[in-house]
Design a protein around this ligand. Structure first.
Ligand code: FAD
Length: 320
């Protein structure tokens, strides 16, 4: 698809259809994505098909299909970011432009730090402050974020106020199907939804947002997408490894990656060489080429700015 659309004139490009796979079902997705271990666990399939569940097993978290269902409708296969990713066409629809360099389409790039003293974020607290502003100004009526329990296990949270955002701030280095939070927000009746997520999660969500009939599942309620930079993510078993070898998880206040170390901040700081935990990296991360969340309205990360600041790419008019 990428090659197919790249050479077309702008007017023609406007009408390129996104690929749809009417005759593929979950068994195809299972064979071509899950079994090949390239599933990124974004949660898009499970969020938009109630027959698909994400398992609880820590080592094999992967989508599963309920056995009472054998219809092939093509939805999960079509929406999965690993079956096809027509990047230029998605960019044209979202930004009205196609990327010219490796950082994706963007209008401006900033170093940012939140002035909201009550929000301690991962880096500049930028993501939480932006969402707090959007809620205060009525741009959004909720944000689907990824919070965590006291054992650092991620959980979706439909945040509607500053306290929710504050509680959900900070990076969780654990694979988790965060896109399900968007479904939760729709089910709760929200009509101006924001989403924060990783590049792969945003790829899935954008495919949903841009899809055409018969897969237009109607998420026009999604109003703002904030992406996090991501080099790699880890299976939940990493948490057990940290608990076993380093510290109780309830004592951990923050984790981050700087240079060659994964650091865990508890009563003391534990620096774990990344090479020691490479086996916990999600299999699906190995084929990902999107470090800066190129399909987000605004992308935020730490690299490129001083400690305590965020690097921000504003990509869309909405983001600006
Ligand atoms: C797995 C992972 C890997 C990352 N790798 C890099 C990297 O290599 N280089 C780099 O520069 N930056 C990386 N980041 C981004 C960085 O850690 C910060 O999240 C980012 O700089 C935003 O900081 P902040 O202070 O503005 O965010 P905050 O104000 O602290 O808000 C963070 C937001 O991110 C959400 N969130 C946290 N964890 C997850 C998750 N697992 N999935 C979805 N949403 C989540 C929270 O709900 C919260 O809303 C990574 C983030 C994650 C989650």
């Amino acid at each position: 698809m990428v090659e197919e659309t790249a050479g077309l004139a702008m007017e023609e490009r406007k009408y390129v259809r996104l690929p749809t796979f009417l005759e593929r079902g979950f068994s195809d997705l299972n064979r071509e994505v899950v079994s090949k271990r390239i599933c990124c666990l974004c949660g898009t399939c499970a969020a938009f098909c109630d027959k698909i569940k994400i398992g609880d097993s820590k080592s094999e978290e992967a989508p599963e299909f309920s056995e009472d269902y054998d219809t092939v409708c093509g939805l999960c296969y079509t929406l999965c970011p690993r079956t096809s990713l027509p990047l230029p066409e998605l960019e044209r629809r979202i930004f009205g432009a196609v990327q010219e360099d490796v950082l994706g389409v963007y209008r401006n790039c900033y170093a940012v730090k939140s002035k909201k003293s009550d929000i301690t974020g991962q880096d500049g607290g930028t993501v939480s402050a932006l969402l707090a502003y959007a809620l205060e100004e009525g741009v959004l009526d909720c944000a689907a974020i990824t919070a965590a329990d006291d054992q650092w296990r991620p959980k979706t949270k439909v945040a509607t106020n500053g306290a929710d955002l504050k509680a959900g701030a900070g990076t969780k280095y654990t694979l988790y199907p965060s896109v399900i939070g968007v479904r939760d927000a729709i089910e709760e009746g929200h009509t101006a939804i924001g989403f924060v997520g990783l590049p792969c999660q945003i790829q899935g969500l954008r495919k949903v947002q841009m899809s055409e009939q018969p897969y237009d599942v109607g998420i026009d309620k999604l109003k703002l997408v904030i992406g996090l930079f991501c080099m790699e993510n880890f299976r939940e078993e990493l948490l057990d490894y940290i608990a076993e070898k380093y510290t109780k998880l309830e004592n951990v206040s923050k984790c981050d990656i700087k240079g060659k170390d994964f650091s865990v901040y508890a009563k003391e700081k534990h620096s774990i060489p990344l090479v020691d935990i490479k086996d916990y990296v999600g299999d699906g991360c190995s084929i990902c080429m999107d470090f800066t969340a190129e399909l987000a309205d605004i992308s935020v990360g730490s690299v490129g700015s001083e400690e305590g600041w965020s690097t921000v790419f504003v990509r869309s008019e909405k983001g600006e």
